[in-house]
Design a protein around this ligand. Structure first.
Ligand code: AP5
Ligand code: MG
Length: 223
C-alpha cells in the first residue's frame, strides 16, 4: 500500500486523477481502495455513501438502487426482483452477483468502489472477493454501522411516509427486512471478520458525526 506522508486523502485522489492515463494504468490496480459499507436496513448506508464517494472519489455500487432502477425501467429482471423486494426478502444471489459483475466491468478506471447493500450473503461475499481478485484488488475495510432495531424501524417507517418505496410503508415488510438481515446478512460480517477487515462504527447521532467516524477509520487505512 502506498504511503504519501501527511497529504490528505482527497488530494491523493485528485493527484491520481490528474496523472496521464498510462501511469494510472500501470499504477491503477494497486491504488484501488474498496469499501463495504455494511449495516441493517435503515442504518444509513445510502446517506453516508453519498458523502463518502464525494470525499474519496469512489464509485458507488448500491444493489438496492440498481434493482430499483430495473423496476422503474420495467425490465424482466426488475419485475422478477420486485416480487422479492415487496415482501422484504433478498433477491436471489445470481441476480445481484451478475449485476455487480457487470458494474465492475463497466467501470475499469474507477479509483475504488464503495459497496452499499452488497454483499448480503456469504455466497455474495465469496463471489465479490473472486471478482475483485480478477482485478488484482480486494476489500480494504468493512465499515459496519451499528443502530438499534427500534431506531431502524422508526427511520424506515418515517421515510415510508414520503419515499414511495413499497418496502418502507408497511411495518410487516420493514420487520421482514430486518429478520432477513439477521438470518442471512449478518453472516457477511462474520465472513470478513475472519479476515480481520470489520470495523464497527456507531450509526446513531447526527449524519455529520457518523461521517466523521467513518472518515477517521478510512483515513487510518488509506495512505
Ligand atoms: P436496499 O436498497 O439495499 O435497502 P436496505 O439495505 O434494506 O436499507 P435502506 O437502503 O433502506 O437503508 P440504508 O442503510 O441505505 O439507510 P438510508 O441512508 O437510506 O435493499 C432493498 C431491497 O433490495 C432488499 O430488501 C432486497 O430485497 C433487495 N436487495 C438489495 N441488495 C441486495 C443484495 N445484495 N442481495 C439480495 N437482495 C438485495 O437511511 C434510512 C433513513 O434514515 C432515511 O430516511 C435517512 O434520511 C434516515 N437517516 C440516515 N441517517 C440518519 C441519522 N444519522 N439519524 C436519523 N435518520 C437518519
Ligand atoms: Mg440504501
Amino acid at each position: 500500500m502506498r504511503r504519501a506522508g501527511k497529504q490528505n486523502t482527497a488530494d491523493n485522489v485528485n493527484n491520481f486523477n490528474s496523472q496521464p492515463l498510462y501511469l494510472r494504468f500501470i499504477q491503477g490496480v494497486n491504488h484501488m481502495f474498496n469499501i463495504i459499507l455494511f449495516g441493517p436496513p435503515g442504518s444509513g448506508k445510502g446517506t453516508q455513501s453519498e458523502k463518502l464517494i464525494s470525499k474519496y472519489g469512489l464509485k458507488h455500487l448500491s444493489t438496492g438502487d440498481l434493482l430499483r432502477s430495473e423496476i422503474t425501467s420495467q425490465t424482466p429482471l426488475g419485475l422478477e426482483a420486485r416480487n422479492f423486494m415487496d415482501r422484504g426478502q433478498l433477491v436471489p444471489d445470481e441476480v445481484v452477483i451478475g449485476m455487480i459483475s457487470s458494474a465492475l466491468e463497466n467501470n475499469p478506471k474507477a479509483n475504488g468502489f464503495l459497496f452499499d447493500g452488497f454483499p448480503r450473503t456469504e455466497a455474495q461475499s465469496e463471489a465479490l472477493d473472486k471478482l475483485l481478485k480478477l482485478k488484482q484488488t480486494e476489500i480494504a475495510v468493512v465499515l459496519a454501522l451499528q443502530v438499534t432495531e427500534e431506531e431502524l424501524i422508526e427511520r424506515l417507517l418515517n421515510r415510508g411516509l414520503t419515499s414511495g418505496r413499497s418496502d418502507d410503508n408497511n411495518a410487516e415488510v420493514v420487520k421482514a427486512r430486518i429478520v432477513e438481515y439477521h438470518k442471512k446478512t449478518s453472516a457477511v460480517a462474520d465472513y470478513y471478520r475472519s479476515f480481520d477487515k470489520v470495523v464497527e462504527v456507531s450509526g446513531e447521532g447526527t449524519v455529520d458525526e457518523i461521517f466523521d467516524s467513518l472518515c477517521n477509520e478510512i483515513d487510518k487505512r488509506k495512505s
